[in-house]
Ligand binder design. Sequence first.
Ligand SMILES: *[C@@H]1O[C@H](CO)[C@@H](O)[C@H](O)[C@H]1NC(C)=O
Ligand SMILES: *[C@@H]1O[C@H](CO)[C@@H](O)[C@H](O)[C@H]1NC(C)=O
Ligand SMILES: *[C@@H]1O[C@H](CO)[C@@H](O)[C@H](O)[C@H]1NC(C)=O
Ligand SMILES: *[C@@H]1O[C@H](CO)[C@@H](O)[C@H](O)[C@H]1NC(C)=O
Ligand SMILES: *[C@@H]1O[C@H](CO)[C@@H](O)[C@H](O)[C@H]1NC(C)=O
Length: 431
Amino acid sequence: MIIKKWVIFNTKLYFLLYSHASLYLCNPSDVQVGPWVYLVYVFYTFSDTAQDQLKLFKKGSFLGQYPLVQNVTVTEGGTANLTCRVEYNDNTSLQWSNPAQQTLFFGDKKALRDNRIELVRATSSELTISISDVSLSDEGRYTCSLFTMPIRTAKAYLTVLGVPAKPEIEGLTKPALEGDQITLTCSSQGSKPAADLRWFRNEKEVKGAKVVNPMGKTFTVQSFLQLQVDRNDDGVAYTCRVDHVALSQTPQQATEVLEVHYAPRVEINPLHSVPLEGQYLRLECVSKGNPSPDPVMWTKDGGDLPDIERMIVEGRDLTFTSLNKTDNGTYRCEASNHLGTSSAEYKLYVYDPNAVGQHGTDHALIGGVVAVVVFVTLCLIIVLGRYLARHKGTYLTNEAKGADDAPDADTAIINAEGNHAHAEEKKEYFI
Ligand SMILES: *[C@@H]1O[C@H](CO)[C@@H](O)[C@H](O)[C@H]1NC(C)=O
Ligand SMILES: *[C@@H]1O[C@H](CO)[C@@H](O)[C@H](O)[C@H]1NC(C)=O
Ligand SMILES: *[C@@H]1O[C@H](CO)[C@@H](O)[C@H](O)[C@H]1NC(C)=O
Ligand SMILES: *[C@@H]1O[C@H](CO)[C@@H](O)[C@H](O)[C@H]1NC(C)=O
Ligand SMILES: *[C@@H]1O[C@H](CO)[C@@H](O)[C@H](O)[C@H]1NC(C)=O
């Protein structure tokens, strides 16, 4: 900026302003400011942008007859308001023109035939127009002109955001086979600026490889995800989400659920730990495969099940209604689907319940303990009964004591409930 000249003048300030159509700065720190004296710098400005003008306005006490505009960002299909303001205007006309230099509005008069462009407000200090159904081709520099001498202009940049299309996922083979290497490709067109694509495996983010291709004014964005599928991927949902400034409320996404076929895997779970002769036994055959291998095949020592009466195959399980020593052997459960066959084996030893000596000792021991406990309890009851019969007056207190003396809670209850009856019996017996 260059200072052109100093001017000191009084209330005629406004006249001068209008006639010069320049920017004037009143700088109080440079001179004594009296009630009727103004000091004014006259500027030539080399910049027409709104920002520079704003800066000057904020710095000091400016009085300017300048158009002021702001950049506008709008989503494709939306409506943009272009506002041009003049702080101090003497009814000089304002005009908006488009990037192709065509006049849109001159004051409140429409100049270009375009139904999308409408007048919002036209006053001496403001000219606001709106452009509805904005398309990408509307983007560019719009000019607001103030018809002073010389003409003052300000340029507002209209940025149009391209809305990304709903993403599409490709490359999925349905069903995929376990071990397959597949590449999922997610693509979304029409974003501006280029959208971001993110992958999620059942809600958990996984990293893909992004490629951005410019397509005219917009971008086609692709993201690749390489997968080595296994049985754990069966039924897993892969989601591709588009993140973009134009999609603040409703994120666009696409989801594909993987279907993986795999050969069965078989396991046998016995539902008893020590099979005893005469007992019931169930062998559970757990087979997982896709497609589901059903039914399974049970064999004994490489041949058919010998006794169909006692060995019942129910669903996938083999049930022995009553085990016999002759059932000893290797049982095999086999499952297959079109991808393969799998089997599991179980070696059955049927134990003689009488020969299982250890268990016998256990029972004898438990029986002995129970006998001792019962004997001790009985003795206690008898002793207490006699005691109560002799101390009728302290009956209630003794009942409570019985509970305290008892070795455990059960005995306490037996004591508490039984005392009364025994007390009566004993009384009769002893008298
Ligand atoms: C444009 O201006 C009009 C009138 O002031 C207002 O109703 C509308 O919401 C504005 N639109 C935008 C996108 O700012
Ligand atoms: C602007 O125009 C209005 C009406 O046309 C008039 O009343 C007003 O005095 C004018 N203002 C200036 C500063 O010329
Ligand atoms: C307006 O947008 C243009 C072009 O994008 C940019 O150069 C300029 O700095 C912007 N002005 C403001 C005030 O943001
Ligand atoms: C076991 O099988 C044999 C031969 O079939 C039979 O004689 C025997 O009674 C069976 N034992 C039991 C406990 O069922
Ligand atoms: C079955 O297996 C048990 C345990 O190994 C064994 O004691 C028993 O003699 C076997 N019975 C037959 C008939 O092989």
